[in-house]
Write a protein that binds this ligand. Structure first.
Ligand SMILES: [Zn+2]
Length: 121
């Protein structure tokens, strides 16, 4: 996990925590209903940061020359591995290991998802 990604997650956590606090404060006796909107906006900003952090990981996987030994499920045939989302043909380098699970990052549409044990391609 890169430092930049960790910082993005921390920022996201701060926004979400403050957003939830704003929402909760709106329900307190002297709370203002407008705090709900402020809280929701803060939470959304937090999730945008999480999204950015996830995208950053996808970009780093393509840019970094970190060689991973990936043990794919035995029934995954790389010749016919296609993106679930856009149908683009995926290459072995589009697959990275995240928390021990093989994760596909589509170079065509940017979709990221886990490889399942029994792909239906
Ligand atoms: Zn795709």
């Amino acid at each position: 996990m890169s430092a930049g990604k960790i910082i993005l997650y921390i920022i996201a956590a701060i926004f979400i925590v403050f957003g939830v606090l704003f929402i909760l404060s709106a329900f307190s006796p002297q709370g203002q209903p407008g705090n709900i909107i402020t809280g929701i906006i803060l939470v959304i900003i937090g999730f945008v940061f999480i999204f950015l952090a996830a995208r950053r990981k996808a970009g780093a996987a393509a840019g970094d020359n970190v060689t991973l030994k990936i043990d794919l499920p035995a029934n995954v045939n790389m010749d016919t591995l296609k993106c679930k989302s856009c149908g683009g043909v995926l290459k072995p380098e589009n697959i990275s290991l995240v928390n021990g699970a093989p994760v596909v990052t589509c170079p065509y549409c940017g979709t990221t998802y886990q490889l399942t044990e029994e792909p239906k391609w």
